[in-house]
Write a new protein. Structure first.
Length: 117
């Protein structure tokens, strides 16, 4: 089982990026999916999460700018990031609770987002 995150890059303040995360391998289902980020010298923190039923939670710092979504049929998770700020610069990680059949946490490898002019 593997999670593969992609979509990071260098972007100017105010612009947008869309991160993607795909789950591969044999699983029974995907429970919660989430995106976390870790800025240099700081702890990894939750950015957004979405349940299997579509309920979402966001960190206060990204509310109104970021949108998390998922496509269960494609085993994909997404993070649409709009109006990016330099403070959003970090390595972004996707995480999923996968049923195999017991539930366990799995992490992707991280994708770097740099917001700079």
């Amino acid at each position: 089982v593997q999670l593969q995150a992609s979509g990071g890059g260098l972007v100017q303040p105010g612009r947008s990026l869309r991160l993607s995360c795909v789950v591969s391998g044999t699983i029974f289902g995907i429970n919660v999916m989430g995106w976390y980020r870790q800025a240099p010298g700081k702890q990894r923190k939750l950015v957004a999460r979405i349940t299997s039923g579509g309920s979402t939670n966001y960190a206060d710092s990204v509310k109104g700018r970021f949108t998390i979504s998922r496509d269960n049929a494609k085993r994909m998770g997404y993070l649409q990031m709009n109006n990016l700020e330099p403070e959003d610069t970090a390595v972004y990680y996707c995480k999923a609770v996968l049923m195999r059949p017991t539930c366990n946490d799995y992490w992707g490898q991280g994708t770097l987002v740099t917001v700079s002019s």
